[in-house]
Design a protein around this ligand. Structure first.
Ligand SMILES: [Fe+2]
Length: 158
């Protein structure tokens, strides 16, 4: 049964597309955080190992909430690695790792910042174009969580 919650079918579909793109971004960053958690070496190994772990745990929870919101709005959450790669604005580097630990931090920081910019646009679109205040509020919370994670990574640089 379709949700009867004061949002047109067209706008529900638009919100679901937006959320699926956020889901794809969250997955790609989740994979990258895990990959770098495994491949750190040298200075700051254990500290960054823990920092990356904390962040992928936060993303793991966010991923479930994003996917379930798609379902709540009558859509179908994407769930394959090929769809995540296709729908995400983040880039992976198969077979390669950044030269050193701080380069990993920098790349992850830039990915958070890309997601923050996408989410900021998403908040405006959900509210102004799709009349979906719930999704706008949800994405605002998600954006704040990425702003905090980005801040933690940014503090490694002067
Ligand atoms: Fe681990």
């Amino acid at each position: 049964m379709k949700p009867n919650i004061g949002i047109t079918d067209k706008n529900l579909k638009e919100s679901c597309n937006l959320l699926n793109n956020c889901l794809a971004d969250a997955h790609i960053l989740y994979f990258k955080l895990r990959k770098y958690h495994w491949n750190l070496k040298g200075d700051n190994f254990m500290e960054l190992h823990k920092v990356f772990e904390k962040q992928y745990e936060i993303l793991q929870n966010a991923i479930d909430e994003i996917a379930e919101r798609v379902s709540q709005l009558g859509g179908v959450a994407i769930g394959t690695t090929s769809e995540f790669a296709k729908n995400s604005s983040l880039k992976e580097q198969p077979g390669k790792n950044p030269e050193n630990n701080l380069d990993m931090v920098k790349e992850l920081l830039e990915d958070h910042e890309t997601i923050i910019k996408n989410l900021r646009q998403g908040v405006d679109d959900a509210d102004e174009k799709f009349s979906d205040q719930g999704t706008a509020d949800f994405l605002t919370g998600l954006m704040e969580s990425h702003e905090k994670m980005a801040w933690i990574l940014r503090r490694y640089f002067k």
